[in-house]
Design a protein around this ligand. Structure first.
Ligand code: CO8
Length: 257
């Protein structure tokens, strides 16, 4: 199978661009997450790499979030393995020593939003048709505490409360208003703006402050990792939750017709 992720490291700037290239929607399957983590680990260990920009090669979609097929009709063991990979992706990204920028050039629901808010800064295409948010409640599922924590850290408690309880997806302009993204630029300038912005982040020569800001949130998952997996598996394998997921999948398919 062809790689779902392509990484280009510019040795002169120390900035890597990670492109998600898994059609149709860059959904986060177990294979995708594994590949993502391997790439992140490589960059993290590479002393010459100090900045990471994450973007998508697909038109219209940054990432559709967790692959729903990984949560539907799968064995508890497989669900556990999948969830561990989701945790790992977030731990590596949120805790990265690199400066990280999400160049959001399309829609970014649920897990796509988690990936975006795992970065230090977000630049989104100024297109009202693109949306971003933690819409889990609309699928009949509950965003885990560390999704919630990351959102609270990004937009504050009140905006996070509204956003999570209603499962809101924000259009790019609305996302800017609540601070879910930091900047909107024309679609063809998303990556170049990310490159320019990165130089500002790299001019500040430490990641200790970043770690100070994020450590508590990360430690909370680290010390509850197994319980969080058990919790996910028992939740997602419930008949009622499986029914919700099936209905949501059917809705996604019928929307197309
Ligand atoms: N997983 C699997 N398949 C998907 C997903 C997904 N997340 N999203 C889309 N697809 C499929 C569609 O079903 C469709 O399949 P097919 O071609 O066979 O009909 C194909 O991808 C293309 O999708 P669209 O036609 O919808 O493409 P568009 O370009 O029109 O729209 C969007 C792209 C906006 C990304 C749209 O597909 C969308 O809204 N997708 C759903 C996004 C979503 O709600 N994801 C939530 C995933 S759950 C999650 O990430 C966190 C879960 C936390 C669990 C906690 C439990 C305790």
């Amino acid at each position: 199978t062809s790689p779902k992720i392509k990484v280009d490291l510019d040795n002169s700037t120390g900035v890597a661009v990670l492109r998600m290239q898994s059609p149709p929607v860059n959904s986060l399957s177990l294979d995708f997450l594994t590949e993502f983590c391997i790439n992140l680990e490589k960059l993290e260990m590479d002393k010459s790499c100090r900045g990471l920009i994450i973007t998508s090669t697909l038109s219209k979609v940054f990432s559709a979030g967790l692959d729903i097929m990984e949560m539907y009709g799968k064995s508890p063991e497989r669900c556990g393995e999948f969830w561990k990979a989701v945790q790992e992706m977030w731990l590596k990204l949120y805790g990265s020593n690199m400066a990280t920028i999400a160049a959001i050039n399309g829609s970014s629901p649920a897990g796509g939003c988690l990936m975006s808010i795992g970065c230090d800064y977000r630049i989104m295409a100024d297109n009202p048709r693109y949306s971003i948010g933690l819409n889990e409640t609309q699928l009949g599922i509950v965003a885990p505490f560390w999704f919630k924590d990351t959102l609270v850290n990004t937009v504050g408690n009140r905006a996070a409360e509204l956003s999570l309880e209603l499962g809101l997806l924000y259009s790019a302009p609305d996302a800017l208003k609540i601070g879910l993204v930091d900047q909107l630029v024309p679609e063809d300038q998303v990556l170049s703006t990310a490159q320019d912005t990165m130089s500002k982040w790299l001019a500040v020569p430490d990641h200790i402050t970043k770690s100070m800001m994020r450590k508590q949130t990360i430690d909370k998952l680290l010390s509850n990792r197994e319980a969080d997996i058990t919790n996910f598996v028992s939740f997602i394998t419930k008949d009622s939750i499986q029914r919700s997921l099936r209905m949501y999948l059917e809705m996604l398919k019928s929307r197309k017709a």
